[in-house]
Design a protein around this ligand. Sequence first.
Ligand code: ADP
Length: 422
Amino acid sequence: MTQPPKILYIEDDPASGKLIERMLTHAGYRVLLANRGLLGIDIARSEFPDLILTDINLPDMSGYEVATALRAEERFAGVPIVALTALGPGAQDMAMAAGITGFLSKPVDIEQLITQIQYYLQGGQDTIDSERLFSAQVKYTREVVSRLEGRIRALEEANDALKKLDNMKETFIQVTAHELRTPLTLIYGYSRLLEDHPTVNKMAEYDQSVKMLVESLSDSIARMQRVIEEILIISRIMTKQIDLALSPTNLSQLVARVLESYEEAFEQRKLTVHFDPAQWPRQTQLDSELIRIVMSNLISNAIKYTPDGGQIYLRAQTTSDQVMFSVRDTGIGIDVENQKRIFEQFGSLGDVKLHSTSKTAFGGGGLGLGLPVCKGIVEAHGGKIWVESQGRDPETCPGSQFIVTLPLVVQRPRPMLTRLSK
Ligand code: ADP
């Protein structure tokens, strides 16, 4: 059995759409509806109808432009495109100039509509004399060009407004984060003083929970500080304002210090770390503070996503001009399709609501800013970062390996960087 012909009707007025759909369906056609020109073009491309019926005045583009767009494609060269409109005879010339096959007037006469549709489906075509067609083509081209110019201007204005808004947003984030950072540093200092205060230590002799409360206070403040730092770095990366404070950096020592700061976590979580300081270069020219953040994020992720009793391997290889290092764990791993996404902002894969934001608890996560921060910092140094993992499986733990390349001496000035007044 042959399929009934498929007709696409592009019409923004729902009542007209329904009416014609009913008439055509009743006459045995299959009808597809689109309420905008662009949607019509998309449906035409995916459904390849036998005939396209289009209104002229559509919200996004005219029916003429729909016809011109489709006619530009080889496979639509022979598909009848029929305009259905209440516009007068001048419109007919324009329709022909745009590549429309035929022209039907509104209001529609049912019988005439069906007869006309059959006529166009069988290859029928309206004609006008060549002189009229030529002058309509000139007029139509002018109209399209002037509409296009208007659209480009409107888009440029919208783009400028968006850029301004984006700048305002980045400035707001930076100012807010700066403003929060100062009092937080003080609060952190006070909490550390309190932690070491003799009175607190005395009280802790009677009640251990006092010590725990004060320690939790310091931990939470430190966590807030890290989040603010990450937001500030991300914002500087986004606005290309990251400025490297390059200095002679002993990478071997830097990594050893970061590892020291996690010693308690390694012990608690029974994780074994494999690190040979001799593999790591001692003489590099990097921004040591930023590279410390990269190392800290990679190591804390390895801790967070590796079950108790696992292994963490840190390896480095140095050539004449670069160091390639990796942080490998025996943790839950990362699905291949997510391996790019995790370097995007807020690319956290777990349910953020469940994240403890702890840097060391198994499965504890954060905002999903750690890896984008690493990527921004590494790339600002002219290096690369990527991940290799066979997939995610908390049962078999295939593990993940984050690999970083960095030049031993960063070339200055990097063209993408501009100076930021700190
Ligand atoms: P988060 O604060 O969520 O840890 P990150 O940007 O550091 O943010 O990491 C993004 C996501 O990448 C994490 O939510 C986690 O799903 C995944 N991920 C990062 N490191 C590892 C790892 N070593 N093992 C498994 N998954 C990881």
